[in-house]
Design a binder for this molecule. Structure first.
Ligand SMILES: Cc1cc2nc3c(=O)[nH]c(=O)nc-3n(C[C@H](O)[C@H](O)[C@H](O)COP(=O)(O)OP(=O)(O)OC[C@H]3O[C@@H](n4cnc5c(N)ncnc54)[C@H](O)[C@@H]3O)c2cc1C
Length: 415
């Protein structure tokens, strides 16, 4: 019998490739009928890149992304607060990749079809519920043809932040949690800033700009495709009706919030104005929960631990989840025991990261420290926020998120 996977996003497709690698039959149900390259930029941490490379996907990464070299935090006036090297430059044995989420997703989709056969995925198939049967699981699937009950050995729910399987486990949970931040996301073809492969965040908690290139610089034009997110926090009690990644928005509705952000190394208003299509999205996450597993059913990726996109952890953790669950299945067999071993290893860390990303534990919290302590004049930054404090903050997050260089370089392969 087959392992059933709800959701053909980054977590579900990595899960499929992992099960194929260890010789376990699987089937993915994806609700979207024709998957398209949706979304903008995401970052893949070295720990996730290692997994993709160990699955033989190094060439694909080179095609759909660019190796990030450094990650810097800046004030709203463009003054540097903290910059650290990333990937190989930071001493990891694997690079960090900045990729276009949609192109990366499509490449994973093709890899599953090539390696495992197109009949491993049914698109236009929405998983709506499950029941444990004692010997496995029975999954409800809705397609154009109607309702079906499908039996499998296990259900792995990789159905994202609006997971139907999580909703069955937690019927009172309701909508994702919105803290009031709105993100406007786009890509612009422009000359890259700083090293040409730099990821930057400028501003502070309630008003900021994130940007990094997601393609190599074209030697002919000197330009690259640059991903950016402009972000502002409003009163969350006013409510936000849409949580769709595809809600398009007019640039003129928000660009004035960034008029003064033309730094000598990055012209933020020009970057915003250069974009073709801009998407509006609320910064949402999910309250951490105490259990991801119910019998032979377990949650992975955003279904398990949706977090704010501030520490490059969403897609990276989704990939790791699939690998760690795969390793547990390899060791303990398909079923509840493997799910529990996976959950025990991942849930405490993922829940801590979700909470840290909400408040002052995330790597970006150093920006709010600068804002609070400098009172708008950042010329005395070193005096009010000493270098040692900034370094200690950066190290604390890496420890919390399990991203220490030695920890990753020295650990054996997951599979
Ligand atoms: C369209 C889209 C665009 C995104 N764009 C960005 C972005 O630009 N930047 C960013 O940081 N993050 C983005 N994300 C989120 C990011 O991909 C995830 O945070 C991360 O990769 C974790 O992946 P995941 O597989 O757990 O979830 P997702 O990538 O959200 O994948 C979940 C998949 O499950 C499918 N699905 C949902 N419900 C069901 C169901 N009941 N039955 C079957 N299938 C179901 C969805 O169609 C989707 O393909 C986007 C997600 C989506 C779906």
């Amino acid at each position: 019998m087959t392992v059933l996977i709800a959701g053909g996003g980054i977590a579900g497709l990595t899960m499929g490739l992992t099960l194929h690698q260890i010789g376990i039959p699987f089937h993915i149900f994806e609700s979207v009928k024709v998957p398209k390259p949706l979304g903008v930029g995401i970052n893949l941490q070295p720990t996730a890149v290692r997994e993709l490379m160990e699955m033989g996907l190094a060439d694909m990464l080179g095609r759909v992304g660019i190796q990030a070299r450094d990650y810097g935090f800046y004030t709203k006036t463009g003054v540097e607060i903290w910059t650290e090297p990333r990937g190989l430059d930071a001493g990891y044995n694997w690079p960090q990749y900045s990729v276009h989420r949609g192109q990366f997703h499509m490449a994973l989709f093709e890899a599953v079809k090539d390696r495992c056969g197109a009949d491993c995925i049914t698109t236009g198939a929405r998983v709506s519920g499950f029941s444990n049967t004692g010997s496995g699981v029975c999954v409800s699937v809705e397609t154009e043809a109607g309702h079906q009950e499908i039996e499998g050995t296990m259900l792995i729910a990789a159905d994202g932040i609006h997971s139907a399987i999580r909703a069955q486990m937690y019927p009172d949970e309701g909508a994702p949690v919105w803290g009031g931040a709105i993100m406007w996301r786009g890509t612009t073809v422009a000359k890259p800033f700083l090293t040409g492969a730099s990821m930057i965040l400028a501003g502070h908690d309630t008003h900021r700009f994130v940007s990094y290139p997601i393609t190599e610089t074209d030697p002919q034009t000197g330009c690259a495709t640059i991903n950016w997110i402009a972000e502002k926090t409003v009163d969350p009690t006013a409510g936000f009706s849409k949580e769709d990644w595809n809600r398009q928005i007019d640039i003129d509705l928000f660009v004035d919030d960034f008029t003064d952000w033309a730094f000598d190394w990055l012209d933020v208003p020009a970057m915003i104005r250069g974009a073709g299509t801009v998407y509006e999205y609320p910064m949402i996450d999910r309250e951490p929960v105490d259990c991801w597993t119910d019998g032979c059913v377990t949650l992975i990726g955003d279904a398990a631990h949706a977090t704010y996109p501030v520490g490059s952890s969403g897609a990276s953790q989704a990939i790791l989840d699939a690998r760690i669950l795969g390793a547990a299945i390899l060791e303990y067999g398909i079923g509840e025991k493997a799910a529990q071993i996976y959950e025990a290893q991942v849930r405490p860390i993922a829940n801590r990261v979700t909470l840290a990303n909400r408040g002052n534990g995330g790597p970006d919290a150093v920006m709010q420290m600068a804002e609070d302590r400098c009172g708008g004049d950042f010329s005395h930054l070193d005096a009010v926020l000493p270098y040692a404090d900034r370094a200690a903050h950066a190290l604390a997050f890496k420890r919390l998120a399990g991203l220490s260089v030695d920890g990753i370089n020295k650990r054996p392969s997951i599979i």
